[in-house]
Design a protein around this ligand. Structure first.
Ligand code: KG4
Ligand code: ZN
Length: 334
């Protein structure tokens, strides 16, 4: 049988990415151009800056992905692209590149949900066993997604305000750290002790939703009150205390969901998967349990197009296609 070769494109936020995936599981090429340096001085991702970068980088990244794979367009089976969610101007660059490429080369076009991509990053490492649960934690998302089979997604919990990475970045800003602040807080947290009492947002009993804005306010108030009283708080203790609160809630809700839904595997996705505290917390909680915990390498946890190609393979086999009217959908449902 002929190999299935999917060219995938991802531009939902601040990475311009293209990849070629063979038979849904094998990375043939994987090119990511990050814009983080351009957004740093603004303290966050500026949508207009992101769009302009995507325009500059898209063709180069696409050509690089094909060149690294040593493939011609005529070797490809299909073109896949992130349809949403994400920044609309950013999404549109990828969607239009994919449409143009598909039209020019007579290839089928497969639209992919960004979160499905994050989940399917795992299939580039290991075979997925159902039912399974994925915790997605990034600058834009905090979600628990249950899957009973390929291509079937049930969001059982999500954040009601800030995403986990966003909370990290906002707290980091309070402590005068550069953007993105997550890695800085994580590093600082390793040097401190979680001695400062901060809230845990469990929400209603049984809820798998998350909320981080109250915690963020509690951190800001702690700093403010200490300053007013002329006291000093050790930043490393504050970082460790904040991290302890975030990690405890993420880990505990994930574990409870794994139990309630009786899953076989638990997957981690998104940029916050880099967090040492979260990794250690999940590993400790799941050690010796019946649930297999899978934490992919960081390059597959952060935004990339390889994951979009992996998810697209399933959608392609199910017959999902888009025509040239495909649009970027910022609030696309999973
Ligand atoms: O998935 P990602 O690269 O981009 C999107 O959000 O789409 O995630 C970036 C987020 C940022 O908020 C960043 O601060 C956070 O992940 N992050 C971390 C760590 N490394 C990155 N947060 C906590 N601890 C880390 N080690
Ligand atoms: Zn993402």
């Amino acid at each position: 049988m002929m190999d299935e070769l999917i060219l995938a494109i991802e531009t939902s936020c601040d990475e311009t990415a293209a990849a070629v995936i063979k038979n849904g599981r094998e990375i043939v090429s994987n090119v990511v151009s990050s814009q983080i340096e351009s957004h740093k001085r603004f303290g966050g991702v500026v949508p207009e800056v992101a769009s302009r970068h995507h325009v500059e980088q898209m063709t180069l990244v696409l050509e690089e992905a094909l060149a690294q794979a040593g493939l011609e367009p005529s070797d490809l089976t299909a073109v896949a692209v992130t349809e949403g969610p994400g920044l609309v101007g950013a999404l549109l660059i990828g969607v239009n590149a994919a449409k143009a490429f598909a039209f020019a080369h007579g290839l089928p076009l497969v639209p992919v949900h960004h979160i499905a991509g994050h989940i399917y990053a795992n299939r580039l490492l290991t075979e997925m066993e159902f039912p399974l649960l994925t915790l997605i934690v990034s600058g834009g998302h905090t979600e628990l997604v249950y899957m009973k089979e390929h291509g079937s997604y049930e969001v059982i919990g999500e954040t009601r305000d800030d995403a986990a990475g966003e909370a990290y970045d906002k707290v980091a800003r309070t402590l005068n750290m550069p953007y993105p602040g997550g890695p800085h807080i994580d590093r600082l947290a390793q040097e401190g002790e979680p001695v400062i009492d901060l809230p845990r947002s469990w929400l209603e009993p049984g809820s798998y939703d998350f909320s981080f804005s109250g915690l963020k306010s509690a951190v800001i108030n702690t700093v403010h009150n200490a300053t007013q009283r002329g006291e000093t708080i050790k930043p490393e203790d504050l970082a460790a205390s904040f991290q302890a609160s975030v990690v405890e809630v993420l880990v505990e809700k994930t574990f409870r969901a794994a139990q309630e839904y009786g899953v076989k595997q638990v997957l981690l996705a998104g940029g916050v998967a880099a967090n040492k505290g979260l990794r250690a917390g999940l590993e400790a909680r799941f050690a010796g349990s019946q649930y297999e915990l899978i934490i992919p390498p960081l390059s597959l946890c952060t935004d990339n197009a390889a994951m979009i190609g992996a998810a697209a393979s399933i959608e392609y086999k199910k017959g999902k296609r888009a025509d040239l009217a495909l649009n970027g959908v910022p609030g696309l449902d999973l």
